[in-house]
Design a protein around this ligand. Structure first.
Ligand code: MG
Length: 216
């Protein structure tokens, strides 16, 4: 039988993108923000009151060699990813920020910090993530979860809850730390497996095979 497939977003669930963004904002504007105090909306830059020119300058500041490679790992992600790999294939699905260095540094970051193989890293812009099939999608962007849920209604989208996405009206599965994420996803894939398999065998994935029973 084919293993289930977990798709996981990188910035938010695994990489603390907010930390270098706040540092770049400080460099450009001289204004110092703390994630816990100020980051409460999806669009970090406009949410913190940056003008269009300041935002452009912050982006420019962040598109330098080494920035993506130096982003801190979210607490518990390394151990959690290892746990998820015991029950499923795990693919990183990440939207490139931009600049000449981002994509290859993102690959290297995932290999070095979280043990990914480059073949399991998909660079897909947020607006197209709903085109990627998996049994679970873990994401911090509610719009992306909704589009993916509409495309794959029998699968499970999970919100990785952070200060900036808490109030966006998501009513599906949500977790705010890695131990809870591992418990929720593994119980879905393993604990409920017979029931889930029964309900899934009527569909096939992009390979033409049902990932749960290997039938077509
Ligand atoms: Mg994200």
């Amino acid at each position: 039988m084919k293993r289930p497939r977990i798709l996981i977003d990188v910035d938010g669930p695994m990489a603390d993108f907010v930390a270098p963004a706040l540092e770049a904002i400080f460099q450009v504007t001289g204004r110092r923000f703390k994630a816990s105090d100020h980051v409460n909306g999806w669009d970090l830059f406009s949410g913190l009151g940056l003008s269009d020119d300041e935002t452009k300058e912050v982006f420019h500041t962040m598109q330098v060699p080494g920035l993506c490679l130096g982003i801190p790992t979210v607490d518990g992600a390394r151990e959690g990813i290892e746990e998820l790999r015991k029950v499923a294939d795990v693919w990183a699905v990440t939207s490139p920020f931009g600049g000449e260095h981002w994509m290859h540094e993102r690959d290297a970051w995932l290999v070095k910090n979280l043990g990914f193989h480059k073949d399991d890293v998909l660079h897909v812009r947020a607006a197209a993530k709903h085109g990627v099939y998996g049994n679970v999608l873990i994401e911090d962007k509610v719009d992306t979860l909704r589009a993916w849920q509409a495309a794959w209604p029998t699968e499970m989208p999970v919100l990785f809850e952070l200060s900036y996405n808490k109030n966006e009206g998501w009513s599906g599965a949500a977790v705010d730390n890695w131990p809870s994420l591992v418990a929720r996803v593994t119980s879905y894939l393993i604990g409920d497996h017979p029931k889930v398999r029964e309900s899934r065998c009527t569909h096939i994935d992009v390979t033409g095979m049902c990932p749960w029973c290997s039938g077509t």
